[in-house]
Design a protein around this ligand. Structure first.
Ligand SMILES: *[C@@H]1O[C@H](CO)[C@@H](O)[C@H](O)[C@H]1NC(C)=O
Length: 233
């Protein structure tokens, strides 16, 4: 008993002595970037307080972000926790086909403690085609197909990025993913607001599309230990 108490006491005093403890309790900030940010000064991103980044890898089964590799290695060089994301094109091919394409072009996951599970970016098409012509039931099946394929290959369920509006409109506010897939909620406001059905809390929040970092401004809903746990699986 005595040694354990002594260790606990010394850990406590060590913890109290570390100025970084307060920072670690704060919600880690991060960013997400795409081909629109080809030249990022990663030292500056790090110096401005980022802990994580999601980097666009693929879209549909035909598009790869030409800057993905340089962005990924840049983020790695400054020790950010990082992962890839896939922009869903549910009208062009199956969820399985797009998950496979994503996995083959940067979206993979490994248990190295610094790779975030891949993220599925679900939002309205740039052309404005509401829900890609899919019914809510067909959209839920598409997301399920993508998610199951990703999970079968990596052992992780992909993070689902969406807005509450998109999820309500395009999935009929399905509650089918809240128990398995972490939520990356997008809402440019001072609070996350009402979440899509199935989720009691969010894991990431994209709160602005510009700010101190290049690309979109994000925050992790937890502490640094929680962020690393998400990366570790
Ligand atoms: C990148 O940012 C760092 C830190 O802010 C700065 O010292 C450096 O000059 C920048 N590098 C370039 C190439 O702009």
């Amino acid at each position: 008993m005595k040694p354990i108490l002594a260790i606990t006491a010394s850990l406590l005093s060590l913890t109290q002595a570390l100025p970084s403890t307060l920072e670690q309790r704060a919600q880690p900030k991060g960013l997400d970037v795409s081909g629109y940010q080809p030249n990022i000064n990663w030292s500056s991103v790090k110096a401005n307080g980022a802990f994580f980044v999601y980097i666009k890898a693929t879209e549909g089964t035909t598009y790869q972000n030409p800057s993905f590799s340089s962005q990924y290695s840049g983020a790695t060089s400054v020790a950010l926790v990082r992962g890839g994301y896939h922009f869903a094109r549910p009208s062009s091919s199956s969820g399985a086909a797009q998950a496979t394409y994503f996995l083959a072009h940067g979206g993979g996951w490994s248990a190295d403690g610094r790779t975030l599970p891949g993220m599925l970016d679900l939002e309205y098409a740039p052309s404005g085609n509401t829900c890609y012509g899919l019914t809510p039931a067909a959209m839920v099946s598409w997301v399920r197909d993508f998610s199951d394929t990703y999970h079968a290959k990596t052992g992780r369920y992909p993070v689902i990025y969406t807005t509450t509006d998109w999820w309500k409109t395009c999935t009929g506010n399905s509650a089918a993913f809240g128990a398995t897939n972490p939520l990356f909620i997008a809402r440019y406001a001072s609070a996350v607001g009402t979440l899509p059905a199935g989720w009691n809390y969010h894991t990431f929040w994209q709160f602005a599309d510009s700010g101190v970092f290049p690309g979109d401004q994000d925050v992790f809903n937890g502490d640094l230990t929680g962020l690393k746990r998400l990366a570790s699986g």
